[in-house]
Design a protein around this ligand. Structure first.
Ligand SMILES: [Zn+2]
Length: 284
């Protein structure tokens, strides 16, 4: 039995709207604006770029809502206890509070997948699997990995990849010019492929760096992600398991990530916390 945990979390994480299955609206006016914008942006105008950012922010949310629907259908959502739910919300809240994009509504879903994994979709949709929660050994590790996933959204890796893959003008034209459910489905399938095959190495390193910054600023320290990566490598590095092998193939070499985090460590100060770090729940 699976329950969509969004119904169980406080309203602040999700806003008042039901987002699942939301489709983009279109009109001739928006189509016209989009084409004009695309031309202006290509000419390099800064105000137009800010306006474009606002439009792309809305686009991220729509893409994320559709990706969420697919992932939930594919894996199912795990029901966790109220206490564990509050624990996850607490860590997420602390990390989001020190991140850069306060316009994003972050929400975390526990997926019923077989592999140890965590990932992010555009618009603030974050996922961990039940085996991941069971593999984690400390709150610092959990905060480190969640920081990395928040950073993918914070640095707009999803939308940037789409822009790079399709071109800004084409994305806008597709979405506002001839937007229908098929168009959004095409874009969603591209994002799903990126989630499965991984973001670029450059984006993964950036997510490590920003994730470590968020974890340090939230008082969780910068060792969590490093410890997690070292344990993943030790436990599954030479694994023949397809699903775990995929985790390693979709990220830059783990040794490189650890080395970069080690060198970053000296430059980051862990902020003091008003309250102690909550202990990791024993049962998931
Ligand atoms: Zn990543």
């Amino acid at each position: 039995m699976h329950v969509d945990e969004r119904q169980r979390l406080p309203r602040r994480w999700f806003g008042g709207r039901r987002l699942q299955g939301q489709r983009l609206k279109q009109s001739p006016a928006t189509a016209f604006i989009a084409v004009v914008l695309a031309v202006v942006v290509l000419a390099g105008s800064q105000p137009a770029e800010a306006f474009l950012d606002a439009i792309l922010g809305g686009l991220e949310e729509s893409i994320g809502a559709s990706v969420h629907q697919q992932l939930v259908q594919e894996h199912g959502v795990v029901r966790i206890s109220e206490a564990n739910q509050r624990y996850l919300e607490r860590i997420l809240h602390d990390l989001v509070a020190v991140s850069n994009r306060q316009d994003v509504t972050y929400r975390l879903t526990v997926l019923n997948a077989r592999e140890v994994n965590a990932f992010a979709a555009p618009g603030g949709y974050l996922y961990v699997t039940l085996p991941f929660l069971r593999f984690v050994e400390s709150t610092e590790e959990l905060a480190g990995v969640l920081g990395h996933e928040i950073a993918h959204v914070d640095r707009k890796h999803g939308i940037n990849s789409l822009q790079r893959e399709l071109g800004t003008a084409l994305v806008l034209q597709l979405l506002f010019g001839r937007a229908d459910s098929k168009t959004l489905d095409t874009i969603v399938s591209i994002v799903m492929a990126r989630i499965r095959s991984g973001w670029s190495q450059e984006q993964e390193f950036e997510a490590d760096e920003y994730g470590a910054r968020f974890a340090a600023a939230a008082g969780y320290g910068v060792d969590g992600l490093m410890t997690f990566l070292k344990r993943m490598q030790a436990a599954y590095g030479g694994s023949d398991d397809d699903l775990l092998a995929r985790w390693f193939s979709t990220h830059p070499p783990t040794g490189d990530r650890i080395r970069r985090l080690e060198s970053l460590k000296g430059t980051l100060k862990t902020a003091p916390r008003a309250e102690p770090i909550p202990p990791l729940p024993k049962n998931w």
